[in-house]
Design a binder for this molecule. Structure first.
Ligand code: PMP
Length: 362
């Protein structure tokens, strides 16, 4: 039998082996229904239980307060870039954006197509290699919301603490770090995330939001793009991505069994420290891209002295069983994505490989 790869893919990314095996074991005959979950009606009791349980587990793990709803939507986080302004930018208000890198920039671009948009803080002049401090982020009075990207997947930066935007709803794209640590959901108006990093397979996007932000969508936008429609219909207005929701349910159960998000954060810290430690102790052979206080514990980005050496690193790493270490094509360099499901042992193996590669080439 082929060994599991050391999977450092940025997304879709590694899923817990236990989850894959559980899905495999109930794949053909789900709960004695004589069919897989993909083959049954989304209006039936069996699917509905899986759907509602996934919602419940997310509420439990993130301690989501009363007055919030959880939606399962399609179209990826990219569709949220449009849905947020379409639903929330009404009546002369402005969408305030914090531009921290590749994904934040995409959110801004999309919002500009729809309404009045303002970039209220940006780290572009630092090549997006750091996150802004809380003081740099001030919500304008006429802001409908402040939008941030909690973790920039491509640059490898992450907010250590979140800005306080007072009465202005704070909206976060948490696609690449949701559930990596505990978070005080009450500080946010809305959190959204594509599933394919920390939540499950691609195909479903989770939206967690205050009900008041979900309830008042303009009637002029198409039904499928209205939060209010999905909110009223428990995300069953149309056919949901049922298999993806089921997989998210299994991942959430797995996180709960691991001991919740405090434990998950400790494990993530240990993995990140191991890799950043290897970089920092390499005498500049490896160079971390992000400013230290903005380093992501999900996406570790680093460089070697030149692109030739980086190519050799990727090639040799591939031969040794490491997958997904090439940096995003827009920035180059190297990136190890170490989401929740990436085992510590994979990071140990990578640290070992990095040291050996340095010995040979340093
Ligand atoms: N935001 C962030 C932070 C991401 O990492 C990604 C995907 N890599 C997206 C948005 C876009 O997500 P999707 O492909 O689900 O539209």
């Amino acid at each position: 039998q082929h060994q599991r790869a050391y999977n450092f893919n940025a997304g879709p990314a590694a899923l817990p082996l236990e989850v894959l095996k559980r899905a495999q074991s109930e794949f053909v005959d789900f709960r004695s229904q004589g069919m897989s979950i993909m083959e049954m009606s989304h209006r039936g009791a069996v699917y509905e239980q899986v759907h509602n349980e996934a919602k419940q587990l997310l509420k439990e793990l993130l301690h989501i307060p009363e007055g919030y709803d959880v939606l399962f939507l399609q179209g990826g986080a990219s569709t949220q870039f449009a849905m947020v302004p379409m639903n929330l930018l009404a009546g002369g208000k402005v969408g305030a954006y914090v531009n921290t890198g590749s994904w934040a920039s995409k959110a801004v671009k999309e919002a500009e197509l729809i309404g009045e948009t303002q970039v209220i803080a940006s780290t572009e002049s630092d090549r997006f290699m750091r996150m802004p401090t809380a003081e740099e982020i001030v919500a304008p009075e006429n802001a409908a919301y402040v939008h941030i990207t909690s973790n920039e997947t491509i640059e490898g930066t992450q907010f250590a603490t979140y800005p306080d935007t007072g009465d202005v709803p704070l909206i976060a794209d948490m696609s690449s770090d949701i559930l990596c640590r505990p978070v005080d959901v009450s500080k946010f108006g809305m959190i959204y995330a594509g599933a394919q990093k920390n939540l499950g397979p691609s195909g479903v996007t989770v939206v967690i939001a205050k009900e008041e932000l979900l309830a008042n969508s303009p009637k002029t936008i198409p039904s499928m793009l209205r939060y209010s429609i999905h909110h009223k219909n428990n995300s069953l207005y149309n056919t949901p991505p049922s298999f993806s929701v089921y997989m998210v349910n299994l991942v959430l159960q797995w996180l709960k069994e691991r001991g919740g998000l405090e434990q998950v954060e400790r494990d993530n810290q240990a993995k990140a420290e191991l890799l950043y430690g290897t970089i920092d102790n390499s005498g500049d052979f490896y160079r971390g891209c992000a400013a230290r206080d903005s380093r992501s514990i999900m996406n570790v980005t680093f460089r070697l002295a030149d692109e030739e050496l980086e190519k050799a690193f990727i090639k040799e790493a591939g031969e040794a069983g490491f997958v997904g270490l090439k940096g995003h094509r827009s920035v180059g360099g190297l990136r190890a994505s170490i989401y929740n499901a990436v085992p510590y042992a994979s990071c140990e193996a990578l640290a070992q490989f990095m040291k050996q590669f340095q010995q040979k080439n340093g």
